[in-house]
Design a protein around this ligand. Structure first.
Ligand code: S5P
Length: 280
């Protein structure tokens, strides 16, 4: 059987056991977009304005709701409306990293009530498998999905080698809730032993550190192009933040639209090249 690397998103959607993964693969195929925009701005109006502007071009919107200064739950109501209007999923990039009991509380409660609206969230594997059990106790009954951070895009990241392999093993043991990774390359079969059944393994790889005009920032971020990420490294979704809306501030709707379409096109062309199809 061919590997996920050379299959279409639709083929992979048809056999993925995780509801959140299936929903994501289906929206990618429907919109011909493997672009996730990361909306890292601090004012609610700007946050919602960017999302409304890039909505038609994305499969997924990634949020850091804890950086919004004038946050209240109406932000979430608008976000959900935009998700329905433009047909995208929501990924709160919370990077949970604590004991099971604490992350369950952080995920379900507090001001943000993340589990009630975010289809996807993520966690650092550093505490071990109990972080998955804790988050699954909240997220699984709601049909949510979890990504583990197996690698990071930053210079000098410690998430390499044995740590990355262990992250993949943790995911493999919890495939009902963990459907993929934040990583820089495909993870098929990574860290597997002879007794692991990895033949049908299809972890989605969502990859930040993507930029067409810059190779990094002054704080350790490193950028690669959609072609490097999707065609060469086999990743499935490109996550782009400042490459689309610059420094933030006032939103130049036409410029943001143009950048979103540019990244969508590049990401999709890189995918078609990977699966050996000519762009139509
Ligand atoms: O390794 C990582 C993991 C993540 S989730 N590197 C990252 O940059 N991210 C997130 O992706 C980061 O928190 C930010 O929200 C986004 C990248 O933003 P950009 O403006 O550099 O594209």
């Amino acid at each position: 059987m061919s590997s996920p690397r050379t299959q279409t998103y639709a083929q992979r959607a048809a056999k993925n056991p995780n509801a959140a993964a299936r929903a994501l693969l289906e929206v990618i195929e429907r919109k011909k977009s493997n672009l996730c925009v990361s909306v890292d701005v601090t004012k609610r109006d700007e946050f919602l304005n960017i999302i409304d502007t890039v909505g038609p071009y994305v499969c997924l919107i990634k949020t850091h709701v804890d950086i919004i200064e004038d946050f209240d739950l109406s932000v979430i109501e608008y976000l959900k409306e935009l998700s329905a209007k433009h047909d995208f999923l929501i990924f709160e990039d919370r990077k949970f990293a604590d004991i099971g009991n604490t992350v369950a509380l952080q995920y379900s409660g507090g001001v943000h009530k993340i589990a009630s609206w975010s289809h996807i969230t993520n966690a650092h594997p550093v505490p071990g498998p109990s972080i998955i059990t804790g988050l699954a106790s909240v997220g699984k009954p709601l049909g949510r999905g979890l990504l583990l951070l197996a690698e990071m895009s930053t210079k000098g990241s410690l998430a390499t080698g044995a740590y990355t392999e262990e992250a993949v093993r943790m995911a493999r043991a919890h495939r009902d809730f963990v459907f993929g990774f934040i990583a820089q390359r495909r993870m098929d079969g990574v860290g597997a032993t002879d007794t692991d059944d990895v033949a049908d393994e299809d972890f989605l790889i969502l990859t930040p550190g993507v930029g067409l005009d810059s190779r990094g920032d002054a704080m350790g971020q490193q950028y690669r192009t959609p072609k490097e990420v999707v065609t060469e490294s086999g990743c499935d979704v490109i996550i782009v933040g400042r490459g689309i809306y610059g420094k933030g501030g006032s939103v130049d709707v036409q410029a943001v639209q143009a950048q979103a379409e540019r990244y969508r096109k590049e990401g999709w062309a890189a995918y078609l090249e990977r699966i050996g199809q000519a762009p139509s």
